[in-house]
Design a protein around this ligand. Structure first.
Ligand SMILES: Cc1ncc(COP(=O)(O)O)c(C=O)c1O
Length: 374
C-alpha cells in the first residue's frame, strides 16, 4: 500500500494516485464565500430545527428506527424490510464494504470517492472505470467506438456509481443504469443528489424489479444536515438484513431518525421539489455567466454544482482563494486533472460575485502565478 502523502491536500493517499479522502469542506474556510461545498443550506430550515429540538426530549431512550423506516418505505412505495436508515450515505458505503465479499468490484469515475475508499479500507481490490468527457454512460454521437457502459467488465459482481454524479452533475438515464444490473451483480446507485433534480427524475428508489439494486440516499444536501448524519438504503430484504447485521447498534441517532420522518412528509417533499426547481434556474444563470467568460462547463449538470475545465484551473482556484472565494479543486477525483474545478450553484447575488471575481482573475491570468498552491 502506498503510504505517501500529497503535498497538495496533505492527506495520506493510501490508494495510489488520488486523494480519495479530500472533500469540499476542507476548502471552504469559515469567512470565505463558499462555492466548494455542495450542501444547499448552511443549517436546516426552522421547521426542521424544531423537529430536532423536539427529539432532544427523548434522548434518554435509545433510538428506535421503526417510524423512520416506515416513513422512508412509504415515501418510496416499498415494504419496510427493504429500507435501512443509516448515519448518512457514507455509513451505507462502509456497511456495503464490510458486509460484501466482491470478487471484482468496480467504481465508475469520476465520482464521489468515499465508496472506493470504503471498499479499499475493508481490504477489497477496486477497479476504476473512468468515463470519458462528458461523463455519460452513452456514447456522444460524435465519438466513435466503445459504448462507455461496455467499459464495465461483464464479470464485475459489484458496480458503484452515482446519479446524479458528483462532481460532474451528470444525470444518467435510469434505463442505462438498469441495463448494468444482472443476476449475481450488486449495483449500487448513490442518489445522494437526486433530490436536487425536480421530481427526482431518474431515481431508481421505487424500483423493486431490478436484481441486485442498492439505492443509497442522503438527507445531507437538500436539508443542510451534513452534521446530523442521516440517510438510508433501499434494497432487497436479504441485502438490507446483511447490511443491518454489519451496522453498529443504534448507529442512527434519535434526532436523525426524527429528521428522516419529517423529511418524508408531503410538505417537505414539496419544499424540496421547489428548491430543486429554483436550483435549476440558478444553475442556468451560473452556466451562462461562465460561458460569457469563456469558461467551459465539462458536463451537462443536473445537480447543485457544475464541473468546469479551464487552463490553469488550480491557479484560478488559488487566485479566487486570495480574493476570499472557495471553489473545489477536482483533481482529487479519478479521471480529472488540475484544470478541473467544481463550482457550487448558489443564489444569483452570490453567483454574480463569483463571476465578477472570476472575470478579474482571468483578466490577470497573464500575471505571474501565485507562489503557494497548497
Ligand atoms: C455523491 C455523494 N454521495 C454521498 C455523500 C455523503 O453523503 P452523507 O452526508 O449522507 O454521508 C456525498 C458527500 O459529499 C456525495 O457527494
Amino acid at each position: 500500500m502506498n503510504a505517501a502523502t500529497t503535498p497538495a491536500t496533505g492527506h495520506d493517499l493510501g490508494h495510489g494516485d488520488y486523494d480519495l479522502r479530500h472533500h469540499g469542506d476542507a476548502e471552504a474556510v469559515p469567512g470565505m464565500l463558499d462555492f466548494a461545498v455542495n450542501v444547499r443550506l448552511t443549517a436546516p430550515p426552522e421547521w426542521l430545527r424544531a423537529v430536532l429540538v423536539d427529539a432532544l426530549g427523548t434522548l434518554g431512550r435509545y433510538p428506535d428506527a421503526g417510524a423512520a423506516t416506515a416513513a422512508a418505505a412509504a415515501r418510496h412505495g416499498r415494504p419496510v424490510d427493504e429500507v435501512l436508515p443509516t448515519a448518512g450515505a457514507a455509513e451505507a458505503f462502509v456497511l456495503l464494504a464490510r458486509a460484501l465479499r466482491p470478487r471484482r468490484a468496480v467504481c465508475v469515475h469520476p465520482s464521489f470517492t468515499e465508496p472506493e475508499a470504503a471498499l479499499r479500507a475493508a481490504g477489497h481490490a477496486v477497479e476504476r472505470v473512468v468515463l470519458p468527457e462528458p461523463y455519460g454512460l452513452r456514447p456522444e454521437p460524435a465519438s466513435a467506438g466503445s459504448i462507455p457502459a461496455d467499459l464495465i467488465p461483464a464479470d464485475a459482481d459489484l458496480v458503484v456509481l452515482g446519479n446524479p454524479t458528483n462532481p460532474t452533475g451528470v444525470l444518467h438515464d435510469p434505463a442505462d443504469l438498469v441495463r448494468l444490473a444482472r443476476p449475481g451483480r450488486i449495483l449500487v446507485v448513490d442518489e445522494a443528489f437526486i433530490d436536487t433534480v425536480p421530481g427526482e427524475r431518474g431515481s431508481l428508489a421505487a424500483r423493486r424489479d431490478v436484481p441486485g439494486l442498492v439505492v443509497v440516499r442522503s438527507l445531507t444536501k437538500t436539508w443542510g444536515l451534513a452534521g446530523l448524519r442521516v440517510g438510508y438504503v433501499l434494497a432487497e430484504p436479504a441485502m438490507v438484513r446483511t447490511l443491518a447485521r454489519a451496522q453498529p447498534l443504534w448507529s442512527v441517532s434519535t434526532p436523525a431518525l426524527a429528521a428522516l420522518v419529517a423529511c418524508c412528509s408531503p410538505a417537505a417533499l414539496a419544499e424540496a421539489d421547489r428548491a430543486a426547481a429554483l436550483l435549476g434556474e440558478h444553475r442556468t444563470r451560473l452556466v451562462a455567466g461562465l460561458a460569457e467568460l469563456g469558461i467551459e462547463v465539462a458536463a451537462p449538470s443536473s445537480a447543485s454544482f457544475v464541473l468546469v475545465r479551464t487552463a490553469g484551473g488550480l491557479d484560478v482556484r488559488e487566485r479566487l482563494r486570495a480574493a476570499g472565494i472557495a471553489v473545489r479543486r477536482a483533481d482529487t477525483f479519478p479521471g480529472l486533472g488540475p484544470d478541473h474545478l467544481r463550482i457550487a450553484v448558489r443564489p444569483p447575488a452570490l453567483t454574480d460575485r463569483l463571476l465578477t471575481e472570476l472575470a478579474s482573475v482571468i483578466a490577470g491570468a497573464s500575471a505571474p502565478a501565485l507562489p503557494d498552491r497548497a
